[in-house]
Write a protein that binds this ligand. Structure first.
Ligand code: URA
Length: 260
């Protein structure tokens, strides 16, 4: 998107708007190699090369513009930027000053828990692509107490009502009473309403569902309805491919081993 040069220079953290104007009028700014001295000239940092005193500022603009937040979505909000039916959407839980963010993947209207929102399409593609095996962990309360064999079926994979087979899942019993059971379920894939449909299939409907982990991200202190920023290390860890399933590289033997 085209924006005024002084605004872009200030957004890159190089100078205040006032100082940016001085830089422009004094001939210190080029766009695609051409010196620009007229205030109010616009440029598009996604297409144009903008230099201040010979230094490209596009990388700073790119790094600064990315926003990543982790929201604890409460029940009763759509994972969407808007809704034609006027239902509450998760964006209403964030300050408008954060700009245009979108949810990474989806949690159902009545599911609680961790949801990332960002303006970084690369991160969204990475986290939602099944091949990257980003783990999602849910706590689920179901009606009734499923048999051990029914849970084993879910662990191995079942064919959902749309004919798609679910990948193997890790499922751990957390608690059970006469009328309900709680499980922790770990998935790598995110089919529409997958957890609800899996338990529906074995005859135990979901009463409560909460996502408690996305890849390395957890946050027990984040209350429903609240958000926090992801720090750069968290973003980096999130975008790391899960290589644990690969065979380890053979280590070279030096022939000298420490005796213990
Ligand atoms: N599985 C579901 O059924 N619902 C969600 O919101 C997330 C995973």
């Amino acid at each position: 998107m085209e924006q005024r040069l002084q605004k872009l220079i200030a957004a890159a953290g190089i100078a205040s708007r006032r100082h940016a104007e001085d830089l422009i009028t004094s001939g210190g700014v080029t766009v695609n190699g051409k010196v620009i001295t007229e205030l109010g000239t616009k440029a598009d940092p996604d297409k144009d090369h903008i230099k201040v005193k010979g230094k490209l500022i596009n990388p700073q603009l790119k790094a600064r513009a990315k926003v990543y937040v982790l929201l604890n979505k409460p029940k009763g909000f759509l994972s969407s930027v808007s809704d034609l039916e006027g239902r509450p959407v998760v964006l209403e839980l964030l300050p408008p000053a954060l700009g245009k963010l979108h949810p990474v993947g989806r949690l159902d209207f009545n599911t609680e828990g961790l949801l990332i929102l960002t303006n970084d399409g690369d991160l969204t593609n990475f986290v939602t692509a099944a091949r990257n095996r980003v783990e999602k962990v849910y706590e689920v309360k179901v009606k009734g107490v499923p048999s051990a064999s029914a849970i084993e079926r879910l662990r191995r994979g079942v064919i959902l009502d749309d004919g798609i087979r679910t990948a193997p899942a890790k499922i751990k019993l957390l608690q059970e009473t006469d009328t309900n059971a709680w499980y922790e379920i770990l998935l790598h894939q995110g089919r529409n309403q997958q957890v609800r449909r899996m338990f529906e299939l074995i005859g135990n409907s979901v009463v409560k569902l909460r996502r408690v982990r996305i890849g390395p991200l957890t946050d027990e202190n984040l209350k429903p309805g609240y958000f926090r920023y992801l720090d750069p290390v968290e973003v980096q860890k999130l975008m790391k491919r899960d290589d644990r399933k690969r065979s380890p590289r053979p280590t070279k033997s030096t022939g000298r081993q420490k005796q213990r």
